[in-house]
Design a protein around this ligand. Structure first.
Ligand code: SF4
Length: 327
């Protein structure tokens, strides 16, 4: 007999997966999406996230992040399947080792939301399975590389793992002497806040290694009262919280929009960390903000906020030893 779904798993299962259903819910003309784009990269939108959208507005900044549209079908030649070199850095089946001292541990290919601008939309996740053998091999790799002191759970979204699987992984990492902390990259506190259950928070709170969580939030409208409460639950249990944002054309490419985002993050117990230029993956060119324009926006942002609320403007370049700091 299969175990009953917990409430966050039910919320996940109830996500919108058909553009017509989402547009109908938003009371928007149903022709406003592309079927070929949907077939290339399926839509997935949790209802909690859809509830933050403005009904009747096709230009809603949250809707534009998730709706498959025709623009995705046309890519300039320099937009590539693997723009940041993840595949060439895939050291073991689920480890990406690019930077000194830290590795990405790919936990799952799944996400609660499918962001149209994602650089991993073309990543062959089916080939990266987190089975017993792969976990064993990955842990061996960590044990043998004593320069690695931080493991970054990534994906997909690592918080889609069950509590048990997550707790087991954390316990196994804690037995590797040189590891100093575990970082979790996740969008779930923002897009599926019901995932931040008291039980999950306790698992993270009782970890013997410090937990750093980097959430991904692009617009203040994403921070619903439920999302803010989820972040604050983590913060109150000593989880260090940072945010990374992707700079997206016609979504958050105004200093006032980014100012509101930083203020709302701070009210949620989260510090702004990175503002990323778009990674040039196939199908995402329509989201791009040119670098000089990004610099101008960032300079305006510095005038609007105290320094600790201004994220660093960065871009990722395949083969580099770190993110490239622009400002
Ligand atoms: S990896 Fe992050 S950005 Fe990409 S689809 Fe998943 S949640 Fe969105």
């Amino acid at each position: 007999m299969t175990a009953p779904l917990s409430s966050w798993q039910q919320d996940l299962a109830a996500a919108f997966t058909k553009p017509t259903d989402l547009l109908h819910y938003l009371e928007i003309e149903t022709a406003a999406f592309s079927l070929p784009a949907q077939q290339d990269f399926a839509m997935r939108v949790p209802r909690a996230y859809a509830a933050c959208m403005q009904k009747g507005d096709l230009n809603d900044p949250l809707l534009k992040q998730v709706l498959p549209i025709y623009d995705e079908l046309y890519s300039p030649a320099h937009y590539q399947y693997d723009p940041v070199g993840d595949l060439s850095a895939l050291t073991k089946n689920c480890i990406i080792h690019k930077y000194h001292g830290r590795v990405l541990f790919i936990t799952t290919g799944g996400c609660a939301i499918n962001c149209r601008f994602c650089f991993r939309r073309n990543f062959p996740y089916a080939d990266v399975r987190l089975d017993k053998q792969n976990i064993h091999t990955a842990l061996e790799y960590l044990r043998c590389n004593i320069s690695i002191n931080e493991v970054i759970l990534s994906g997909g979204d690592p918080l889609l793992l069950s509590d048990q699987n997550l707790a087991d992984l954390i316990t196994q990492f804690a037995q590797i002497p040189q590891l100093k902390r575990i970082r979790i990259h996740t969008r779930l506190p923002v897009v599926l806040p019901s995932r931040i259950t008291p039980h999950l928070v306790e698992i993270l709170n009782h970890a013997t290694l410090p937990i750093v969580m980097v959430v991904h939030c692009n617009h203040a409208n994403e921070l619903s009262p439920q999302a803010m409460a989820a972040c604050l639950r983590l913060k109150q249990k000593n989880i260090s919280l940072f945010n990374q944002t992707v700079l997206l054309k016609d979504i958050n490419d105004k200093s006032i929009v980014l100012q509101q985002l930083s203020e709302q993050l701070f009210a949620s117990g989260v510090l702004p960390y990175y503002l990323h230029l778009l990674d040039k993956a196939k199908g995402v060119a329509h989201f791009d903000v040119p670098e000089q324009e990004a610099v101008n926006i960032h300079q305006q942002l510095q005038q609007l906020l105290p320094g600790y609320l201004v994220p660093k403007l960065v871009k990722e370049q395949a083969g580099k030893a770190s993110k490239t700091l622009i400002i």
